[in-house]
Design a protein around this ligand. Structure first.
Ligand SMILES: [Mn+2]
Length: 474
């Protein structure tokens, strides 16, 4: 007879009978999802007889020795799953950062492997942009490769992929993630993985809730804010901690993380993540440019894949990538729509001169020809439009793109340190404190959120005047 440990129980299943995740330990060790003829106790180890996916007999031990032996086997098996080698891409500013992070990433992956080995639920949240989606996809590929023939992990992992539509991890997000796991009882905490967002004080409330329920792996590349509590997590990993910066994208980081498990081919996904986040390491090829365009579309409007509503999973990305005709069609649509809107924007944009710097103002709703189409999203379109304007201009520039109650601002990277974009927006916030909800962002990409539309014109004028004054005065 084999030995076994009941490591996780899923209640409220479709057939009303619990699924038991049992680590079976005989010549080899594996974890399986089994039904049972009798109710099994969580954490119990003992002699076991399995027939046709059911536990027919279970005799719990009473001295705890077996459980100890199986727990050691789980740790060994989990460690043994990490088969990849350190990912190097031959870029001097990247590879040393990767090297410094490698053991931390392996430690995080051992935790993920453990959770797979006990059948624990895993929630993976990734930012809804090219960077976040490319990272999630690479991780999915490595996990699929690690499942292999399903001998070691003989069940479909309990992974929920969640595309995340903001840069914060809110209390509501944490509550939702907790609900996903409510059906499960487990000998260890479930796992939450966060990719490419959340490094902000606004995430602290969500983090407090999630910490109670989950072990957490948090992979991000945003500058680390003083008050952000997530940086104290054991598995918070950010290139800023290791001599890197935001140009080391979170998608790339997740690709490297995937490599701790399996050496899957992540090259194009890495390049797409660099393109998506305007990283200085971006060296676009035809293939990676097309992949970036496709991910940009899929993460902006999931309706373009039939059957998808709001959420996008790496599995569905994979199905599109495997269908060449479908991906060609989607890429052509994405490219033509962006090209058409860029042309329209250039025809209708307003220009203000401030010394040698030009400030542009564009109305997104007038450019978007069909408001049934969600692609491209305004913030990302603003970045594309700035790029086009920069190509046509010799000197650096600033763009304001307004839509609804929002004003998106983008500034040439060359102006960082010369023009205080965030400061200008803060001043406008103070000028119109009754009409502006919030301002914020990065030094070259920021936005204003108003609480209504009636003062929009005046607020835009104030932004332009404030910037002009700063540029011409300084
Ligand atoms: Mn990113």
């Amino acid at each position: 007879m084999a030995k076994g440990l009941v490591s996780c129980i899923k209640h409220n299943t479709a057939d009303g009978q619990a699924d038991y995740f049992v680590v079976v330990h005989d010549d080899t060790t594996s974890v399986r999802s089994l039904k049972s003829a009798m109710a099994l106790g969580l954490g119990e180890a003992g002699e076991l007889e399995v027939a046709e996916g059911r536990v027919e007999k279970f005799e719990p031990e009473d001295d705890g020795k077996e459980r100890k032996a199986i727990e050691k086997a789980i740790a060994d098996m989990a460690a043994g799953m990490l088969k990849g080698s350190v990912r190097k891409i031959g870029v001097g500013a990247i590879d040393p950062v990767t090297e410094k992070m490698w053991e931390r990433l392996r430690g995080a992956m051992r935790l993920l492997a453990r959770k797979l080995m006990i059948g624990a639920p895993i929630v993976i949240r990734f930012h809804n942009d090219i960077d976040g989606a490319s990272g999630a996809y690479a991780l999915y590929k490595a996990l699929s490769a690690a499942m292999g023939t399903g001998e070691l992990i003989a069940y479909k992992p309990n992974i929920s992929w969640r595309m995340h539509g903001s840069v914060f991890y809110s209390a509501e997000d944490a509550t939702n993630d907790t609900l996903v796991c409510n059906n499960y009882e487990c000998v260890e905490k479930p796992l939450l993985i966060v990719i490419d967002f959340g490094t902000a004080e606004e995430s602290n409330a969500g983090l407090e809730i999630a910490k109670e329920k989950f072990d957490i792996i948090w992979l991000d590349h945003h500058p680390i804010i003083e008050g952000f509590k997530g940086k104290e997590l054991e598995h918070y990993i950010n290139p800023w901690q290791f001599g890197g910066d935001s140009n080391y994208t979170a998608g790339f980081l997740a690709c490297v993380f995937a490599h701790t498990l399996e050496d899957v081919d992540t090259k194009e996904m890495e390049e797409a993540s660099f393109i998506g986040d305007y990283s200085i390491y971006s060296k676009p090829t035809v293939g990676s440019r097309r992949l970036a365009a496709l991910l940009d579309l899929l993460t902006s409007d999931t309706r373009v894949i039939s059957g998808m509503k709001g959420n996008l999973t790496p599995e569905s990305v994979d199905s599109v990538l495997k269908d060449k005709a479908k991906s060609d069609e989607l890429i052509a649509y994405a490219e033509s729509r962006v090209a058409e809107m860029l042309d329209l924007a250039l025809g209708s944009i307003k220009v203000y001169n401030a010394d040698s710097i030009r400030i542009y103002v564009a109305d997104f709703e007038a450019i978007r020809t069909n408001d049934q189409e969600r692609y491209p999203l305004p913030g990302r379109f603003a970045s594309k439009l700035l790029g086009r304007i920069e190509e046509l201009n010799k000197s650096p520039c600033i763009l304001l793109l307004h839509f609804g109650y929002f004003i998106s601002t983008r500034m040439s990277k060359k102006l960082i340190g010369k023009v205080d974009l965030l400061g200008a927006l803060e001043k406008v916030h103070a000028d119109y404190s009754n009409y502006v909800d919030s301002t914020g962002g990065h030094s070259n990409a920021a936005s204003i959120k108003m609480n209504g539309g009636e003062m929009k014109k005046a607020i835009i004028k104030d932004v332009v005047d404030t910037l002009k004054e700063e540029i011409e005065g300084g």
